[in-house]
Write a protein that binds this ligand. Structure first.
Ligand code: NI
Length: 511
């Protein structure tokens, strides 16, 4: 089951053609709390794409996975300049976390952005204000790269709406030609629609016992919100919850056997498959696009000389950056290198998987790397086993990519309960919160972010920033010079708090 772990946090993208998208309200209506059921009944027994980072078997009876096969995830740095930016919307008061790629191509960008923004609008309308309920609703929308080649790029969204009682998950793939900006529909990727019976058989083999595609018409694959490929080139098909099987199954996916895949794909479909199996960088579009984010000044590969700092003598503080690494992180590393200042990054496992070179560069430059969960789920909503998985899979990918073992974690939204602390203790990680909230995620203002950091920082402070926001990254030089002028010395969180105890909460140093 480990191979599908990374797609647990879902997205509710509405990119694929032919599918009636769920709205938040529809999801809630369709899936009353009493329908809450194991989400992983579609988990196939065959081997599949793997990230290899999830912990192995768990003794918990609760499944850790949301669905079966997931397409192979690729290193997003393959996109290089083709990825113009990653837009995001976060609301840490209401547990909303969304990010989506933009390529400088219409209608690709519009289709992607509209999909995410519709879901966010639904969430805003349904949950306009923070709730004091113990079960806080949560919307979690992420994305991943599933194909990259000169004339074919595939991205997938992964969405989760936690309604307060149960999870509702969706996924969408979008395949497009980066040279022309033309989006390919499922019908353009798949040559001949196999009989529904053949797809049902594949679904049953994967464990979706009650798969029924009769309602999808003569071309059932056209209605599949997710089309992707395994490392071996098998076609992976995904459907939304309630679409082809009992709603209690959640979203389901399975693979079409290789021999069937071979006859199924169009020429474009074969290019999509090759873009997954043997990925390469996409070509430049034939029309000029906005220039991508300029390359950041490269941080030195040599760890900076970290002078021994005595925080009993110095006025030590720590900068912390959450939710990355992302497209702006290299620029941030440049700012930090230029200033000779160390920082602490609380990284998402899925972002480390998406930007491994950046994560490695951050660690190599001497910055501290902590765990911020795999996909930014609010941990108190989860069972102990799933919290263990969130922390363990993230620590594993950090260790694999950077070679260092994380000893710090920060729960998304700062949300924690006794289960969370116990899991952190089991993981050997101290729980690091903050006492300076710049509200950078809310203001998206470089000026206000600098002002907030300068106004609130005291000796021993832990300052919260997010390197997914370019406005926050742009604030860093001003924050550094401003606080250095006040006599503060920047250190990592571990330097700041000294010997940290796993499972214990730190808001600041007690000096
Ligand atoms: Ni966060």
């Amino acid at each position: 089951m480990a191979e599908t772990r990374r797609r647990e946090g879902v997205v509710n993208r509405r990119l694929a053609g032919g599918v009636t998208a769920f709205t938040v309200a529809a999801l809630l209506a369709a899936c009353a709390p009493q329908t809450l059921a194991p989400q992983t009944s579609a988990t196939p027994t065959t081997s599949g794409p793997t990230t290899g980072f999830a912990p192995q078997a768990t003794s918990s009876a609760e499944p850790l996975l949301a669905a079966g096969k997931v397409p192979t995830q690729l290193d997003a740095s393959l996109l290089n300049g083709r990825l113009v930016r990653v837009d995001s919307r976060t609301d840490y008061a209401r547990h909303l976390f969304a990010s989506w790629p933009q390529f400088g191509l219409e209608p690709v960008d519009q289709q992607i952005a509209t999909s995410y923004q519709e879901q966010i609008r639904d969430f805003d309308a349904t949950y306009p204000a923070p709730t004091i309920d113990t079960a806080i609703p949560e919307l979690n929308l992420g994305w991943g790269l599933i194909g990259s080649a000169p004339t074919m790029v595939g991205v997938v969204s992964d969405g989760l709406l936690f309604s307060g009682a149960s999870d509702h998950q969706t996924w969408r793939s979008i395949w497009f030609d980066p040279t022309s900006g033309v989006v390919l529909t499922n019908s353009e990727l798949v040559r001949a629609e196999p009989a529904a019976a053949a797809i049902e058989a594949a679904a049953r083999r994967a464990g979706v016992a009650d798969a029924d595609l009769a309602d999808l018409g003569p071309a059932p694959l056209a209605a599949a919100p997710l089309l992707g490929f395994s490392p071996q080139g098998e076609l992976i098909v995904g459907f939304d919850e309630c679409q082809i099987a009992a709603c209690a199954n959640g979203r389901v996916s399975f693979e079409i056997p290789a021999e069937q895949t071979e006859t199924l794909l169009t020429e474009a479909g074969r290019r999509a498959r090759a873009a997954t199996v043997t990925p390469s960088a996409p070509s430049a579009p034939t029309t000029p696009t906005p220039s991508p984010e300029p390359p950041a000044s490269q941080a030195t590969e040599e760890p900076p000389e970290q002078p021994a700092v005595d925080c009993d003598q110095e006025r030590c503080i720590a900068l912390t950056f959450d939710d990355g690494p992302g497209p702006s992180t290299r620029r941030l590393l440049g700012h930090l290198a230029k200033a000779g200042v160390p920082a602490t990054f609380f990284m998402l496992g899925q972002q480390v998987e998406t930007y491994p070179k950046v994560a490695k560069q951050a660690a190599a430059a001497g910055h501290e790397i902590g765990v911020h969960t795999w996909d930014h789920r609010s941990l108190p909503q989860l069972s102990p086993a799933r919290i263990d998985d969130e922390l363990g899979s993230t620590a594993a990918v950090i260790q694999k990519v950077t070679g260092t073992k994380a000893t710090l974690m920060r729960p998304p939204y700062g949300a924690h309960d006794a289960k969370t602390l116990a899991a952190a203790k089991r993981a050997g990680e101290a729980v690091v919160l903050w006492n300076v909230d710049t509200l950078d995620w809310k203001t998206r203002s470089t000026k206000k972010t600098i002002a907030a950091a300068l106004a609130a920082t005291r000796r021993g402070s832990i300052i919260l920033l997010h390197d997914i926001h370019p406005t926050s990254v742009a604030a860093v030089p001003g924050i550094i010079t401003g606080l250095q002028a006040k006599g503060y010395t920047f250190v990592t969180v571990s330097q700041l708090i000294g010997k940290a105890r796993p499972g214990k909460i730190y808001h600041a140093a007690k000096r």
